[in-house]
Unconditional design. Structure first.
Length: 122
C-alpha cells in the first residue's frame, strides 16, 4: 500500500512537471526568438510541434551520457538526432553544461558522432 501511494505521488509530480513545462514552453516558443534551447529533459518532437518548422532548436543531449563509453555516446547521439527529425534547423548540443569531471575525449566523441551521423541524415 505504501509503495502504491509513493508511485501515485511520483506520477502526480510528473504530471505537474509536464504541465509547468508545457506552460513555459508555449510562452517561450511562441516568442520572437529564432533559436530555442532545450534541456535534456525535453522531448524534441513535442518541441518541434510547438515551435513549428520556422525556428531552430538547440540541444539536448543529457550531459551524463558523456560519462559512458564511445559506443554508448554514439548510440545516444544517433537517438537524439532521430528524435529531432530531418529538419535541418538543429544546433546539436548538450541539454545542459559540461561537468568538470567530463573526459574531454568523450566530448570529442559526441562532436564526431554529431558530424558523422547528421551528414548521413541529409
Amino acid at each position: 500500500m505504501v509503495l502504491e501511494r509513493e508511485r501515485e505521488r511520483e506520477r502526480e509530480r510528473e504530471r505537474e512537471k509536464e504541465t509547468l513545462s508545457l506552460v513555459f514552453n508555449l510562452f517561450f516558443f511562441s516568442s520572437k526568438y529564432d533559436v530555442v534551447g532545450l534541456d535534456w529533459t525535453m522531448d524534441p518532437a513535442k518541441a518541434r510541434q510547438v515551435v513549428g518548422e520556422g525556428k531552430s532548436l538547440q540541444g539536448n543531449m543529457d550531459p551524463c551520457v558523456l560519462y559512458a563509453d564511445k559506443e554508448t555516446i554514439w548510440r545516444e547521439t544517433e537517438t537524439m538526432l532521430k528524435e529531432f527529425g530531418t529538419n535541418q534547423r538543429l544546433i546539436a548540443n548538450l541539454g545542459h553544461g559540461l561537468h568538470p569531471t567530463h573526459n574531454p575525449a568523450h566530448v570529442g566523441y559526441f562532436i564526431e558522432a554529431v558530424q558523422t551521423l547528421s551528414a548521413k541524415q541529409k
